[in-house]
Design a protein around this ligand. Structure first.
Ligand SMILES: Cc1cc2nc3c(=O)[nH]c(=O)nc-3n(C[C@H](O)[C@H](O)[C@H](O)COP(=O)(O)O)c2cc1C
Length: 250
C-alpha cells in the first residue's frame, strides 16, 4: 500500500514538473517541405537587379497587381494584403515607357495617368534603365485611419511589396524593392496631393544574366555611405533614401 502511495506521489510530482516546463528542451524543427508552392517560392526569394529586355506579358502584370493589392473578397472589398483598420490607403502606380497608370482594384484595370515616359526620374541606380516594369507605392494618408500612427503606412506598403515579391518569384520574374530617391520629382510628375506620399519603388521583369546579388554602382556607393553614417537617422526633407517625411496633415 505504502509502495503504491509512493509511486502515486512520484507520478504526481513528475506530472507537475513536466507541466511546468521543467523538462522543456530545445526543439529541432523538421525541414520545410519545399514541394509546397509558397515555401518553394520563398526558397527562391532574393532581390534581382539584372533584367532581360523581354516584355512582361499583360497577364503576368495583371497578376502582379492583383497579388499585390487586388480584391480577393468582392463582397466586402477585402484585399490580398492586410492594412490597419482596413485603411487600404496604398495605390500602385505602374511606370512604363509608354506611360504611367494607376492600378484600379475595383475595376481590375489600369487607369492612364500620363502618356509621358516618367522612367528617367527613376534612373537613380545604374541598373534602373533596364527595368521593364517600375511600380511605385503611393500612400494616400487621407485614407489611413486616424487612430493609427502615420508610420503604419510603411508597414502597409511593405505588405503589398512582399505579396508582389512572392508572386514574382513564383512565376519566374525577378524583382527588387527600391528606395524612392527623388520621389518628390515623381510626386510632382504624377500631380500628387500633399497628403499622397511615394513610399517605395518596386522593379520587376524577367531576370537577366548579370547576377542578382550585386547592388548597382550607385546603389553600392549609397550603401557604403549609409554604413559610414552608422545608425544616424537621415535629417530633413528627402532623408531615408528619398522617402518624404510623414508629417502631412490627414
Ligand atoms: C525598404 C527597402 C529599400 C530597398 N532599397 C533598395 C534600393 O534602393 N536599391 C536596391 O538595389 N536594392 C534595394 N533594396 C533591396 C535590398 O538591398 C535587399 O533586400 C538586401 O540587400 C537583401 O538582399 P535580398 O533581398 O536578395 O535578400 C531595398 C530593400 C528594402 C526592403
Amino acid at each position: 500500500m505504502r509502495a503504491l502511495l509512493k509511486a502515486g506521489l512520484f507520478c504526481t510530482i513528475l506530472f507537475c514538473f513536466s507541466f511546468s516546463g521543467a523538462f522543456a528542451q530545445d526543439i529541432k524543427l523538421p525541414e520545410p517541405d519545399f514541394k509546397k508552392p509558397v515555401l518553394k517560392a520563398l526558397k527562391n526569394q532574393r532581390s534581382v537587379r539584372s533584367f532581360d529586355s523581354k516584355e512582361v506579358p499583360l497577364q503576368l502584370l495583371a497578376e502582379v497587381l492583383w497579388a499585390g493589392f487586388g480584391i480577393n473578397r468582392p463582397e466586402t472589398g477585402g484585399r490580398t494584403a492586410p492594412s490597419g483598420g482596413g485603411s487600404r490607403e496604398i495605390d500602385i502606380y505602374v511606370v512604363l515607357k509608354k506611360g504611367t497608370y494607376k492600378y484600379n482594384p475595383q475595376e481590375h484595370s489600369l487607369d492612364l495617368v500620363t502618356n509621358e515616359d516618367l522612367r528617367p526620374i527613376m534612373f537613380t541606380q545604374d541598373y534602373a534603365e533596364s527595368i521593364p516594369v517600375n511600380l511605385a507605392y503611393v500612400s494616400n494618408l487621407n485614407r489611413l485611419t486616424t487612430k493609427l500612427p502615420i508610420e503604419y503606412t510603411m508597414m502597409h506598403s511593405g505588405l503589398v511589396a512582399q505579396n508582389v515579391n512572392i508572386y514574382c518569384v513564383s512565376v519566374g520574374l525577378g524583382s527588387v524593392i527600391r528606395s524612392p530617391r527623388d520621389s518628390g520629382k515623381l510626386a510632382e510628375a504624377l500631380n500628387l496631393r500633399e497628403d499622397q506620399k511615394v513610399i517605395a519603388w518596386h522593379a520587376l521583369g524577367y531576370p537577366g544574366t548579370g547576377g542578382s546579388e550585386q547592388a548597382g554602382k550607385k546603389g553600392a556607393k549609397s550603401g557604403k555611405k549609409a554604413a559610414k553614417k552608422g545608425t544616424k537617422r537621415p535629417k530633413g526633407k528627402g532623408g531615408g533614401g528619398g522617402i518624404p517625411p510623414l508629417v502631412s496633415p490627414r
